[in-house]
Ligand binder design. Structure first.
Ligand code: NAD
Ligand code: IPM
Ligand code: MN
Length: 348
């Protein structure tokens, strides 16, 4: 399409800071291409919650559905009880818009220093299930606050939900040079869900005979992410394991300030939503210290999703050049806005 109708949910904390830069880079990437971007800001997050008690209304959701895509900053604030915005806003969006693929690439860009002494070539992608698992909110607490309290969070895994994300992961692996898929779960303990995932991978593998597969229990996966991350190509895993592994993946590839993600609805029955992996970072919010690169790389994923692949590659190239210069150029501490400005300048 020659236009992008974008919804912007900047959200809380550093969300507003990084999204401003992401949008500036998006504008720069599309300048002169004839592709016109229109943005609509949605007032969602802590401010709105305190003012109205609302997290995400049906009317908000209906309006959001009308856009081509959503760019989100971060959600969550210390002034709001933990879980209210995370569940009521962010997870509600992922569930309602059927973002069943949470795509989280992990790549160690040239020049970026990993905390690992000898990381090798790290370039994998985590396909994290986005609409099931312990995130569905199926649980409860009885005798709350007493010594006899019982709290449960039941992980929901449906054959339908597992199969569709596993099929997506196989297709992703088939399109990559190494064509390798690793299932991460914990079927030695979580025997019901774990064996559903294992059987599903075995069955769908028949449709993708070129793709090799292996399996790791999630605890062992954390070992190999640290000791041998270059072994991974595509990882498919459930919602909670994927959440945890992708913060670790970010840490080994230069930090959470670089980690991008897409909440993708591959069937395109609703807009997909792109956001950095990180949160609202209350510890640095309002100080101009947040690295907007994760959001900028999420903008590249957004451009890819909407078919603007040239612009996506140019955004990535700008980030690569900026990251390379961080390692070779003189040491500089740059603000959020300075990094954004310099990335945008590379695109003009
Ligand atoms: P966090 O990702 O916000 O912060 C973890 C650490 O990483 C902090 O030290 C922070 O300063 C640092 N950090 C994060 N982003 C950075 C950036 N761009 N540049 C430099 N440093 C960065 O995780 P948290 O502290 O566990 O959570 C804070 C709040 O954010 C909570 O309310 C949580 O629920 C929420 N959260 C939201 C999302 C989301 O909106 N997708 C994701 C994770 C956490
Ligand atoms: C993330 C976050 C969210 C998640 C929270 C804030 C609901 O940690 O996007 O990784 O667990 O998915
Ligand atoms: Mn997370």
């Amino acid at each position: 399409a020659q236009s992008i109708d974008l919804a912007v949910v900047a959200g809380d904390g550093i969300g507003t800071e990084v999204v401003e830069q992401g949008l500036a880079v998006l504008d720069a990437a599309l300048a002169g291409t004839g592709v016109k971007v229109t943005t609509t800001d949605y007032d969602l997050g802590a401010r709105r919650y305190h003012a109205t008690g609302e997290t995400l209304t049906d009317a908000d959701l209906a309006a959001l559905r009308g856009h081509d895509a959503i760019l989100l900053g971060a959600v969550g604030d210390p002034s709001v009880p933990s879980g209210v915005l995370e569940r009521g806003l962010l997870l509600r969006l992922r569930f309602a818009l059927d973002h069943y693929v949470n795509l989280r690439p992990a790549r160690l860009f040239p020049g970026v220093r990993s905390p690992l002494a000898d990381p090798g070539e790290v370039d994998f992608v985590v396909v994290r299930e986005g609409t099931e698992g312990p995130y569905v909110g199926n649980g409860g607490s009885v005798r709350t606050g007493t010594p006899h309290e019982i709290a449960t969070e039941v992980s929901v895994n449906t054959a339908y939900g597992v199969e569709r994300v596993v099929r997506y992961a196989f297709a992703k692996a088939a399109a990559r040079p190494r064509k390798h898929l690793t299932l991460v779960h914990k079927h030695n303990v979580l025997v019901h869900a774990g064996h559903l995932w294992r059987r599903t991978v075995e069955a769908v593998n028949a449709e993708f005979p070129d793709v090799t597969t292996d399996y790791l229990h999630v605890d062992a996966a954390t070992i190999f992410l640290t000791t041998d991350p270059s072994r991974f190509d595509v990882i498919v895993t459930d919602n909670l394991f994927g959440d945890i592994l992708t913060d670790q993946a970010a840490a080994i590839t230069g930090g959470i300030g670089l980690a991008a993600s897409g909440n993708v609805n591959p069937d395109r029955t609703a807009p997909s939503m792109f956001e950095p992996v990180h949160g609202s970072a209350p510890d640095i919010a309002g100080q101009g210290k947040a690295d907007p690169t994760a959001t900028v790389l999420s903008v590249a994923l957004l451009l890819d999703h909407l078919g603007h692949t040239d612009a996506a590659r140019r955004v990535e190239a700008a980030v690569e050049a900026d990251l390379a210069e961080r390692s070779t150029g003189p040491a500089r501490v740059r603000s959020t806005a300075e990094i954004g400005r310099e990335l945008a300048a590379r695109l003009h």
